[in-house]
Design a protein around this ligand. Structure first.
Ligand code: GLC
Ligand code: CA
Length: 578
């Protein structure tokens, strides 16, 4: 890795490759990706020019939410492999100079975790207080009601009635994901030991911290404001995001992490002010190395509920301001930021922000987006398959191909509420085709062999259907094609290291704020300056040269169109060195 600026932390200049274990590479023909599959792909991963891999949860889990429901932090989900496989992976990464970080999921556990099994067994169990239990409320008709009106993030009430002890427990996500009670100091210690130190001692270099701002709930657990009077549950982020003790918890957690010099990136939704974000990531706060802000990937989602929207649902001005707000986190501060357009919870960026209408536009817009991502400041994250320009599942696919609980809940809810109205169901499918989390979870497209070469044997059936386009869109084809999206990403990761001064650390400024087709910005480093011009439309646009380009004081560093002219072709991008 090329050095970060003198005195800067190594992870600032890092490029992190995110792996979704179930969908990356199957080594034993059961159709489920696994850790030996990742180990066998490490040469491919290093060929991309990345510095770190981030593994989504590989812990023992009943997989109601794809491993984000952890039953045992110290075991590996059997189909993925064993703790020994993980040890081999950690060593194999380090031998290649790669760092490895894991997903830390500690807002909740699975209901199958032994802590919860004990907690739910009786009101006097010593672990009763490790989760959040409350007695029922009764309405005027004497009917039992949950303790408050909070809505779960996956829909329905955030409270589940438990018959054994006749109380409700809180679950911000699905019923099988009970929230841990962070108020209890003994519980916090147990989390640090089991979920963090167990793996830090094995050599992992840090964590992506799941839902990092939800541990501290508002005292008293009162009702959320009623914004949707027709519903008996209400969106309640104000009641459980950024709660009063969250920063105390994170400082305490950091005391543990810092013993191992571990890096962290926190998932930080619903924290919309710069001041609010800085409380997590200012270096002086000693909490998290950086956070994911969702301004960019939330573009086009419905305001109240992500699926209640129509495609595409955003304008280029929205995108510019989303990019600006994440870039501004480091402007004149001691904080750090992240750059990403995809992860395991999002549709594919080419479908959402580029175009997958024709192969030509797909390839070109994938490269344009690679130019944007590679020239923005912060630690960069590439999600598996993004480097070959994978796209959302085809429109023709039916609900049967969608496996994610978030998608299936939404579809079932729509069919129930509308009594199977065909138009409403069609709208629901259109939303899913646009925004479902499933798109990023389709098997990685390795080759044109059966099932995208996901498993060694052609008769193995992957757990999700591979995209129909894998014969034309796969790693093997792109590795030997200089004009491929993959070759372009490799070029961009090289350039990002070479021009880290401007690309990773430079100051970002938008030059054409009102323009709804073209996005032009400058990146000023200490020694170099860049101009980035991106045509986000599928039409030819005028290239409006800014005053900074005078005579021959500039050169084209990289572009995605042969012989660029005075005009910008559809989805053309240019990175210009001044
Ligand atoms: C995060 C994860 C998501 C998961 C949720 C609950 O948002 O990224 O996949 O469903 O947390 O753990
Ligand atoms: Ca397998």
């Amino acid at each position: 890795m090329s050095p970060a600026r003198v005195g800067e932390k190594w992870w600032k200049n890092a490029i992190i490759y995110q792996i979704y274990p179930a969908s990356f590479k199957d080594s034993n023909n059961d159709g489920i990706g696994d850790i030996p599959g990742i180990i066998s792909s490490l040469d491919y991963i290093t060929s991309l020019g990345v510095d770190v891999i981030w593994l989504c949860p590989m812990y023992d889990s009943p997989q109601i939410d794809m491993g984000y429901d952890v039953a045992d932090y110290e075991k590996v989900y059997e189909p993925y492999g064993t703790v020994e496989d993980m040890e081999v992976l950690i060593d194999a990464c380090h031998e290649r100079g790669l760092h490895i970080i894991l997903d830390l999921v500690v807002n909740h556990t699975s209901d199958q975790h032994k802590w919860f099994q004990e907690s739910r067994s009786s009101k006097t169990n010593p672990k009763r207080d490790w989760y959040i239990w409350k007695p029922a409320k009764y309405d005027a008709n004497g009917k039992r009601q949950p303790p408050n009106n909070w809505r779960s993030i996956f829909g329905g009430s955030a409270w589940e009635w438990d018959k054994t002890t006749e109380e409700y427990y809180l679950h911000l996500f699905c019923v099988e994901q009970p929230d841990v009670n962070w108020e209890n100091a003994v519980t916090r210690r147990a989390i640090y030991e089991s979920a963090m130190e167990f793996w830090l001692k094995k050599g992992v270099d840090g964590f992506r911290v799941d839902t990092v701002n939800m541990y501290s709930k508002q005292p008293g657990l009162g009702d959320a404001p009623v914004l949707d009077p027709k519903s008996d549950t209400q969106v309640a982020f104000s009641q459980f995001c950024n709660g009063p003790r969250i920063h105390e918890y994170l400082r305490e957690m950091n005391d543990v992490l810092s013993k191992y010099d571990a890096m962290t990136v926190g998932e930080c939704p619903n924290t919309h002010t710069l001041h609010g974000v800085l409380r997590y990531v200012s270096a002086a706060e000693k909490q998290l190395s950086m956070v994911f802000q969702f301004d960019l990937v939330d573009l086009g989602m419905g305001k109240d509920y992500k699926f209640l929207t129509t495609f595409p649902g955003w304008t280029l001005r929205d995108l510019k301001s989303a990019v600006k707000s994440t870039q501004d986190i480091i402007k004149g501060t001691d904080a750090w930021t992240t750059v990403f357009m995809e992860n395991h919870d999002q549709g594919r960026s080419v479908t959402r922000f580029g175009s997958d209408k024709t192969p030509k536009l797909r390839v070109r817009s994938a490269k344009m987006l690679a130019m944007m991502q590679s020239t923005l400041s912060g630690t960069q994250f590439i999600y598996q398959g993004q480097e070959i320009g994978m796209v959302n599942a085809p429109k023709e696919w039916t609900i049967d191909e969608y496996k994610d609980i978030d998608s299936t809940n939404y579809y079932q809810m729509t069919s129930k509420i509308t009594n199977n109205d065909p138009v409403e169901l069609e709208n629901a499918m259109a939303s899913l085709q646009h925004l479902a989390r499933d798109h990023s979870r389709l098997p990685m497209q390795w080759s044109a062999d059966a099932n995208a070469g996901f498993s060694p044997s052609s008769s193995a059936k992957p757990w999700m259907r591979p995209h129909d386009n894998y014969p034309e869109l796969n790693v093997k084809l792109q590795e030997t094609d200089d004009a491929s999206v993959l070759s372009f990403w490799k070029q961009m990761t090289r350039l990002r290291k070479e021009y880290a001064d401007a690309m990773v650390f430079g100051e970002f400024e938008i030059l054409d704020e009102p323009n709804q087709n073209v996005f032009t910005y400058s990146k000023k480093g200490l020694n170099t300056s860049l101009l980035v011009v991106l045509n986000f439309s599928d039409k030819v646009q005028k290239f409006e040269k800014p005053d900074t380009l005078k005579g021959d004081n500039w050169k084209l560093l990289v572009g995605n169109v042969e012989g660029p002219s005075e005009e910008l072709q559809a989805f053309e991008g240019r990175v210009i060195l001044i």
